[in-house]
Write a protein of this length. Structure first.
Length: 297
């Protein structure tokens, strides 16, 4: 039994940058154990599996795994999987693909601009959770409380909870050295198992912020590009009027510190129904092959 394997880079316009993703199509019949084993074998931040050859109840059923466990939602797998479905399964004949994730139906659409094609996802309206004191969070990141901004350190979720940590300067952000045991202890008592720290400014032109994301809980010490986390960040920015404006339409740089420069487009605005959040970026094909499913543990 063979299935198609696609390797793509997400939140970039060139190969070997952005965040790596493995996508398995035709994954119907694979067990959870097999999918988890293959995600551990790939050892990317996430690996996704397209579980049918067409839409079921309004969306393409997709499951997402980190090297350690399954996730209900994640950003770069959503965009990267939509790209693979669009080109490998639909022949590029549509600019809209809806994924049926555990977190719910997630539409992805394509927008064309001078940079080429950008894939955009609309995330769920955010929910805001616990706030933590700077004195508790700063040592976990190897910083002092004065390195952190006075605005709230807060749990936010648009489908997957993240702890949003505002840092005063990019220099301080670059100095972060995570105490892994302390981080695991911190997130053990939170809904958020991932920390997204951010600061104003960036290396790349046209970017307003730099972010770093730490996900030791899921087996990823630092993530190259985090669509779910940046959706939470976009929600936080609007909620706390970080830019003194609403709506926001910005770009965030991530992954530079680990040699995987990534560019994430964030759009968010306050509406009568809540904060509307969209996260976008480029997707690049890297390689294709076959998964020898019968040999998986």
């Amino acid at each position: 039994m063979t299935r198609s394997l696609h390797l793509v880079d997400v939140f970039t316009d060139r190969p070997c940058a952005g965040n790596q993703l493995a996508v398995v199509t035709g994954a119907k019949g694979l067990t959870v154990r097999q999918m988890q084993a293959f995600a551990r074998e790939m050892n990317f931040a996430e690996t996704s599996f397209v579980m049918a050859d067409g839409q079921v109840a309004g969306g393409w059923p997709v499951r997402i795994f980190t090297p350690r466990e399954e996730l209900p939602f994640a950003g770069h797998p959503t965009l990267g999987t939509a790209h693979v479905i669009r080109h490998a399964l639909l022949g590029g004949r549509t600019d809209r693909v809806t994924l049926a994730l555990e977190a719910g139906l997630t539409p992805v659409f394509v927008e064309r601009n001078r940079e080429g094609e950008l894939y955009w996802m609309r995330q769920r309206h955010p929910t805001f959770g616990r706030r933590l004191p700077r004195r508790l969070v700063a040592p976990v990141l190897g910083l002092s409380p004065t390195d952190l901004d006075s605005q709230p350190i807060e749990e936010v979720s648009t489908g997957l909870a993240h702890l949003v940590v505002p840092v005063r300067t990019r220099r301080a952000l670059e100095r972060i050295r995570v105490d892994r045991d302390a981080l695991l202890s911190l997130v053990g008592g939170l809904d958020a198992k991932s920390v997204i720290a951010f600061a104003p400014g960036a290396h790349g032109a046209g970017h307003q912020l730099t972010a770093r994301v730490f996900v030791d809980y899921y087996g990823v010490p630092e993530d190259a590009a985090t669509g779910s986390g940046n959706g939470c960040l976009a929600s936080w920015l609007v909620q706390h009027r970080y830019f003194d404006e609403d709506p926001i339409d910005i770009r965030v740089e991530q992954g530079v510190s680990i040699g995987r420069p990534s560019s994430l487009h964030l759009r968010a605005m306050r509406t009568s129904h809540g904060i509307e959040v969209r996260v976008g970026g480029g997707v690049v094909d890297v390689a294709r092959g076959m998964l020898l499913a019968a040999r998986l543990a």
